[in-house]
Design a protein around this ligand. Structure first.
Ligand SMILES: Nc1ncnc2c1ncn2[C@@H]1O[C@H](COP(=O)(O)OP(=O)(O)O)[C@@H](O)[C@H]1O
Ligand SMILES: [Mg+2]
Length: 293
C-alpha cells in the first residue's frame, strides 16, 4: 500500500533502478519513501518567470533508515519535505510514502520553530495528534506520559510554550512527533535555532528515542557534524534546482555518541567527503547571490 501525494501525470520518469542510490537502497530492505524523477516549479507572479526548485530528484529510503539531507540554501530541501508531507504539489515525477499501518498517520513534521501551539499546555501539545485521531484516553495518556518523560519535561507538563526555552519547545515538538507514531518523520532543521550545548543535548535525546523506535526519518540539516551524528546515510543536494548529487553511507557504529564520535577514524573521512561534495554547491549559490545583488 502506498500514498502518493498529489501526483500529476509524470512526464518523464527515469527508471529509478538505473540510479546508483536506488540500487543501493533497494538492496537493503523495503522501500518506505520512494522519489523518482521529482520536479517542482513554483509558478511566477504575473509575467515573472517561475522558479525551478527541484529537478529530477531520485531517492529511495528504506524502512527504519535515518537519512539526512544537506545542501546550500534555497536548493529545495524544504520543498522536498513539504511535497512528501502532502503540503505542496510537485510538478513532475513521483513522491510516495508507503503506508504499512492504515491506522497510523503517514507523517509527522518537526520544523525549526513555530511547531508548538502557544495556547496549549505541553501535554496537550504532545497529545495533539493522538487526540485528533480519536485515540483511547488510556493510550493517549500512556504515550504522552512516556514521551514527555523521554524528553525530560515531566515537571513542565502543564506549562505553556511561553514559559519554556527554545530547547524545551523543540523537545515538545519531538515528543509530539514520536507520540503520534507516524509512518515517517520529516524534520526540517529542527535544531538550527538552538545554541551548541542545547543542540548537542537534543541530538543525544533524539538518538536515544530513535534507537528505541527505529522510525524512518528524513532530517534536513545545515550541519555536517549533525548529519554524521544522526544518520545512516547523508544525501548531498546541488544548488537550485536541487537534485541529489551524492549519497554517503555512514559507517560509524551505533549507539552513537555525538560528542565522542570525532575520535572515531571514520569521522574525519566522512566529514571530508560530505564537505567536498557540498563545497562547490555552496560556492555556486554564493556566486549567484552576488550576481543577483
Ligand atoms: N511558495 C513559493 N513560491 C515561490 N518560490 C518558492 C516558494 N517556496 C520556495 N520557493 C523557492 O524555491 C527555492 C527552494 O526553496 P526551499 O525549498 O525553501 O529551499 P531550502 O529549504 O533548501 O532552503 C528557493 O529559491 C525559494 O525561494
Ligand atoms: Mg529550508
Amino acid at each position: 500500500m502506498s500514498a502518493t501525494h498529489a501526483a500529476p501525470p509524470p512526464p518523464q520518469q527515469p527508471d529509478p533502478s538505473g540510479s546508483q542510490e536506488a540500487t543501493h537502497a533497494a538492496a537493503q530492505g523495503a522501500t518506505k519513501i520512494h522519489v523518482a524523477g521529482l520536479g517542482k516549479v513554483y509558478a511566477g507572479h504575473g509575467k515573472g518567470a517561475g522558479v525551478q526548485a527541484l529537478r529530477d530528484v531520485v531517492v529511495d529510503i528504506r524502512t527504519g533508515e535515518f537519512c539526512c539531507i544537506v545542501g546550500p540554501s534555497g536548493c529545495g530541501k524544504t520543498t522536498l519535505l513539504r511535497i512528501l508531507a502532502g503540503l505542496e504539489r510537485h510538478t513532475s515525477g513521483v513522491a510516495q510514502v508507503r503506508q504499512d499501518d492504515p491506522q497510523a498517520p503517514l507523517d509527522s513534521m518537526v520544523f525549526q520553530d513555530q511547531s508548538v501551539f502557544p495556547w496549549m499546555t505541553v501535554e496537550d501539545n504532545v497529545a495533539y495528534g493522538l487526540r485528533r485521531r480519536g485515540a483511547a484516553a488510556a493510550v493517549m495518556r500512556e504515550r504522552t506520559d512516556y514521551y514527555i518523560a523521554k524528553v525530560g519535561l515531566a515537571a513542565f507538563r502543564t506549562a505553556y510554550p511561553h514559559q519554556l526555552s527554545g530547547g524545551m519547545k523543540q523537545r515538545v515538538s519531538i515528543a509530539r512527533a514520536f507520540a503520534n507514531d507516524p509512518e515517517v518523520l520529516l524534520m526540517d532543521e529542527p535544531f538550527a535555532a538552538l545554541d551548541e550545548q542545547n543542540k548537542a543535548l537534543l541530538q543525544e535525546e533524539l538518538l536515544k528515542i530513535w534507537e528505541e523506535t527505529r522510525k524512518t526519518v528524513l532530517f534536513i540539516t545545515h550541519s555536517i557534524d549533525e548529519a554524521i551524528a544522526l544518520s545512516d546515510r547523508t544525501l548531498v543536494m546541488t544548488a537550485r534546482p536541487g537534485t541529489i548529487k551524492s549519497d554517503i553511507r555512514n559507517t560509524l557504529p551505533r549507539p552513537r555518541d555525538p560528542h565522542g564520535m570525532k575520535a572515531h577514524p571514520a569521522y574525519a573521512e566522512m566529514s571530508r567527503r560530505i564537505w567536498t561534495e557540498l563545497r562547490d554547491e555552496v560556492v555556486m549559490h554564493a556566486r549567484r547571490q552576488q550576481e543577483a545583488s
